[in-house]
Ligand binder design. Sequence first.
Ligand code: HEC
Length: 158
Amino acid sequence: MLRLVAISAALLLAATTSYAQNADAIKQRREAMRAIGQAGGDPFRMTRGELPFAMAPVQAVLASIIENAPKFKAAFPDDSKTGTTDATEKVWTSRAEFNAIIDKWVVDARAATVSIKDEATFKVEYPKLVATCGSCHGNNGGYAPGLGDSFRRMRTPL
Ligand code: HEC
């Protein structure tokens, strides 16, 4: 009897622990992507001429990608495929390609901290960086839903 209680306690602990890890990883990667998405709001409006050009929001989004993209990449353990996540199965089946997109994204963001100096260079260089969002976000066969759906997701609490 005592042994049975000990076994059930151990099983319960194992179940709780793996659930907690899973939820933590999903929360971490969503927070990381959310930080990038939020920092990208003003530069995006600048590309559309809805806000006047300014360097500070550009520097902020580049810094956010450099800081958060590696955290995002590290938060896809095997036990985090299900739960409150929009990540598709493709993250795990095409992991090398997924990681390569993120690595290139960080390299490009670092390069952009040098190449974007003013409004003219912003207009040329920034859209290239934003195009990377579309390498992952797309309703057909992407790693995540289209950007419109993902931005709506940011309104739900984490
Ligand atoms: C390497 C692939 C990849 C790139 C590049 C990428 N995303 Fe994501 N993004 C994802 C995945 C996967 C998720 C879903 C994460 C989850 O729900 O577990 C996501 C989620 C999001 C979310 C929802 C966050 C939330 O609140 O849950 C937003 C907003 C977002 N991305 C915006 C962007 C923007 C803007 C860019 C470009 C500046 C970008 N993403 C680039 C893969 C990517």
